[in-house]
Design a binder for this molecule. Structure first.
Ligand SMILES: *Cc1c(COP(=O)(O)O)cnc(C)c1O
Length: 392
C-alpha cells in the first residue's frame, strides 16, 4: 500500500525550517477554507483570506503593495494591463450623463476609449490641451465628473499644467486621474500634486523587461477604490500570477534602471542636439523645451527616460536610420531595460493622418527613444552612426 492515497489529491507541501528568499509563485485559482463560518468571515473582511483568483491572489497583492509604497498610498490594485487600469477607472466610476475630459495627447488606446467607447455608453467626452490652462478650463462642463491626464505626453514630451488643472478639479469636485506611466513614481508623485487616482502601465519601466503585460490603479478614497475594484473583478481584468511575479522581480532593480536610463537620456539628448541632420531634440528639462519652466517646477531635475528627436529627410531618411541601427530594437514600446526606438508616424500616431500629425509636430523624420541602461558611450556612437547613415 502506498502512502499516497490518490494521485488526484494534492501532496502536502514539504516542511522546511528555513524560508525561501525569493518570492513564491502561487498559481492556484481557488482557496479552500476550513468551514462556512470562516468563509463568511473572509467575505465580510473580518479575516484575511483568498477565495478565487479573479477576486485577488498573493502575487498580485505583493506587487501592488510595492507600487503602493512608491506612490504613497494603500489598497492599490494590479490588473491584466495598463489599459485594463484605464478602463476600470473610466468605466467603473462614470455613469450615463457624466462628462469626461482628457488631455489631447493621451496614450492611443486611452484616446479610443474616450472617443468611441465611453460615448457609446452615454458618457460624453472631450479632449483639450493640458499645457494650456485657459483652453482646459473652457472645456470643463457642469457635468464633468473626471479628468484624465498624463504628466509628460507621448511622443512630443509636452508637460501638462498639473498644478493649474488640479486646482480647477479640486474647486469643482472633479476627480483628477493621472496616468503616471511615463514619469513613474520616481519622477513624479501624483497624490502629492492633487490626484485622486493614479494609473500605471506596469508593462513599461516598472516591470522593465518587456515580458509581462500588467497595469496598476490606486485611489485615495476607499469607496472610489471599491467601485474600481468591483468593476475590474466583475469584468475579469485579473492579472496572471506569473506576470505579477515577473514584474515584482523587475521592481527590485527599478530604481537603479530608472536612474541610469534617465542619466543616459539626458546625456543622449545633449549629444543628439549637436549632430548634423538633427532638426530638434525634445527632452523636458532641456532649456530649449517648450515647457522647460513647468518641467523644472514639476519634475525638478528628473527629465525621465524618454527623448524625442527629428531628423531631416522624411520617410526615406527614417528608413535608413532604423536599418543602420540593427542593435537598437525598432519597436513601438517603452521602458525596456534596453534602448528601443519608435516612429510615431508609422505606429502610435498613424491613425491621426498626416494633417493631425503635423498639428502635433510629428513629421516622418520624428523618432521617440526609450533610453535603456546601456553604456552611454555605446548609445551615442550607435545613434551618431545611424543618423549619419540616414542623411546620405
Ligand atoms: C503603454 C501605456 C498604456 C497601456 O498599457 P498596456 O500595459 O500596454 O495596456 C497606458 N498609458 C500609457 C501612458 C502607456 O504608455
Amino acid at each position: 500500500m502506498s502512502d499516497i492515497p490518490s494521485l488526484v489529491r494534492r501532496m502536502p507541501w514539504p516542511e522546511s525550517a528555513s524560508r525561501p528568499v525569493g518570492t513564491p509563485i502561487q498559481p492556484s485559482v481557488v482557496y479552500a477554507s476550513p468551514d462556512p463560518d470562516t468563509l463568511d468571515a473572509q467575505y465580510e473582511g473580518r479575516l484575511q483570506g483568498y477565495t478565487y483568483a479573479r477576486e485577488g491572489h498573493p502575487n498580485a497583492d505583493v506587487l501592488a503593495r510595492k507600487i503602493d509604497s512608491m506612490e504613497g498610498v494603500s489598497g492599490g490594485l494590479v490588473l491584466g494591463s495598463g489599459m485594463a487600469a484605464v478602463a476600470a477607472v473610466l468605466m467603473g466610476v462614470t455613469r450615463a450623463g457624466d462628462h469626461v475630459l482628457g488631455g489631447d495627447q493621451l496614450y492611443g488606446r486611452s484616446l479610443r476609449l474616450m472617443r468611441e467607447d465611453l460615448p457609446r455608453l452615454g458618457v460624453a467626452t472631450a479632449l483639450a490641451d493640458p499645457t494650456d490652462l485657459a483652453a482646459f478650463e473652457a472645456a470643463i462642463r457642469p457635468e464633468t465628473r473626471l479628468i484624465l491626464l498624463e504628466v509628460v505626453s507621448n511622443p512630443t514630451l509636452r508637460v501638462a499644467d498639473i498644478a493649474g488643472i488640479a486646482e480647477l478639479a479640486r474647486a469643482r469636485g472633479i476627480l483628477l486621474v493621472i496616468d503616471n506611466t511615463f514619469t513613474t513614481p520616481r519622477g513624479f508623485q501624483p497624490f502629492a500634486h492633487g490626484a485622486d487616482v493614479v494609473i500605471h502601465s506596469v508593462t513599461k519601466i516598472l516591470a522593465g523587461h518587456s515580458d509581462a503585460t500588467l497595469g496598476y490603479v490606486a485611489a485615495r478614497d476607499p469607496a472610489l477604490m471599491k467601485a474600481i475594484y468591483d468593476f475590474a473583478v466583475t469584468t475579469g481584468m485579473t492579472p496572471s500570477p506569473f506576470d505579477c511575479w515577473l514584474a515584482e522581480r523587475g521592481l527590485y532593480s527599478f530604481e537603479l534602471r530608472y536612474d541610469r536610463s534617465e542619466a543616459n537620456a539626458e546625456a543622449l539628448a545633449a549629444h543628439l542636439a549637436g549632430l548634423p541632420g538633427v532638426r530638434r531634440v525634445l527632452y523636458p528639462t532641456r532649456s530649449d523645451h517648450p515647457d522647460h519652466n513647468r518641467a523644472v517646477g514639476l519634475l525638478g531635475a528628473r527629465g525621465g527616460h524618454m527623448v524625442s528627436f527629428e531628423i531631416e529627410g522624411g520617410r526615406a531618411a527614417a528608413n535608413r536610420l532604423t536599418r543602420a541601427a540593427p542593435n537598437i530594437a525598432f519597436a513601438p514600446t517603452l521602458g525596456d531595460i534596453g534602448t528601443t526606438l519608435s516612429h510615431p508616424a508609422s505606429s502610435s500616431h498613424r491613425g491621426l493622418g498626416a494633417e493631425g500629425r503635423a498639428a502635433l509636430g510629428i513629421s516622418e523624420g520624428f523618432f521617440r527613444i526609450s533610453v535603456g541602461v546601456e553604456d552611454i558611450a555605446l548609445l551615442c556612437r550607435e545613434f551618431e552612426a545611424a543618423i549619419a547613415a540616414s542623411q546620405t
